[in-house]
Design a binder for this molecule. Structure first.
Ligand code: NCD
Length: 325
């Protein structure tokens, strides 16, 4: 595999290899000296056309911990039309010798265009495109789930490397969420059972073939005792037409995670959120700060997962051909 564009590109073995490599990377991050010489002399470009805090910093940290040179390019505010601006930027970066381009773009499909265009010879890593995909977020979520939950469930595969047998609930603004799309695919690949929960207006048209269940009743789904509850941000910036729910108060009442709902969950159940959170809307402060919440861990795991992805993509495709087991 030359690029990481979509969670659907990953086989079970490839995903497990990335998670195993991330675990090895995380172990190196316990040391006093965190920097590895692995990508010395390589150049990683962070090309961000859309706002980001944690994903950009996470990729930057990951590349630096592997000793790569990092160029941060923030293209926000460009008035050039999207296609041309992406092309011109990519050609410039290629002239600078980028070995990997990490791209976040408001247009779904932009990373695929970049990967297929020949404008850059480097590996392309999708850091979020429109409402489409965010594969490294799904990988860091899978890493976090594996870390906390595997071994607790009998149905998990004997060595506990995938997520077989886990019940994961994803709640909120599914319609606008590339995190949800990537997670549904990757969790399914890794053997987990996924249930999406949202008001009908925030469920995408055409959800039927997705490998997951859909419910409009959060309380009913919580009563089934899921292993993990992933809350999604209400993406107001993508709700240009408005009218997706009657009022924030009503949304919170029906779909918000609060102390009352938290108390109904089994003891082992963990709470995830990709960030940034709207505290008081999709998640209450006591839920976000509860011992069940692994939201800060997700951020730390993101660095290890992105180190693994950069390492595997830049040190040879052979690693990615599923040489596990
Ligand atoms: C997500 C994103 O940008 O898609 N955040 C992230 O990467 N940490 C989710 C979101 O913006 O709500």
């Amino acid at each position: 595999m030359k690029h990481l564009l979509s969670a659907s590109d990953l086989s079970r073995d490839e995903a497990v290899l990335i998670l195993d490599t991330a675990a090895a990377m995380a172990a190196t991050q316990e040391r006093a000296i965190k920097k590895l010489p692995t990508l010395r002399g390589r150049t990683v470009v962070n090309l961000f056309f859309e706002d980001s805090t944690r994903t950009r910093i996470s990729f930057e940290t990951a590349a630096k911990r592997l000793s790569a040179d990092v160029i941060n390019f923030s293209a926000r505010g460009s008035s050039v039309s999207k296609g041309e601006s992406l092309k011109d930027t990519a050609l410039t970066l290629q002239a600078m010798g980028a070995d990997a381009v990490v791209i976040r773009h408001q247009a779904s499909g932009a990373p695929h265009v970049l990967a297929q265009s020949g404008w850059t010879r480097g590996a392309v890593l999708n850091a979020g495109d429109g409402t489409h995909q965010h594969p490294t977020q799904a990988l860091l979520d899978a890493y976090t789930l594996r870390h906390h939950l595997v071994g607790l469930r009998a149905a998990t595969d004997p060595v506990g490397r995938d997520l077989a047998g886990l019940d994961v609930v994803i709640v909120g603004d599914i319609l606008h969420s590339r995190v949800a799309r990537s997670n549904v695919e990757l969790l399914h690949t890794l053997g987990a059972t996924v249930t999406l929960v949202a008001p009908p207006t925030l469920v995408p048209v055409g959800v039927e073939p997705w490998p997951c269940a859909v419910s409009y009743d959060f309380d009913e789904v919580l009563d089934a005792g899921p292993d993990a509850v992933m809350m999604l941000r209400i993406q107001r910036e993508r709700m240009v037409d408005g009218g997706f729910f009657p009022s924030p108060w009503e949304y919170t009442r029906n779909y918000g995670l609060d102390a009352r709902r938290l108390a109904r969950l089994p003891d082992h159940t963990i709470v995830l959120h990709p960030g940034p959170m709207n505290r008081g809307l999709e998640i209450s402060a006591d839920a976000a700060d509860s011992p069940r919440a692994v939201i800060v861990e997700q951020v730390a795991n993101g660095v290890a997962v992105r180190m693994a992805a950069l390492y595997l993509l830049l040190t040879g495709a052979d690693h990615m051909q599923g040489e596990t087991e």
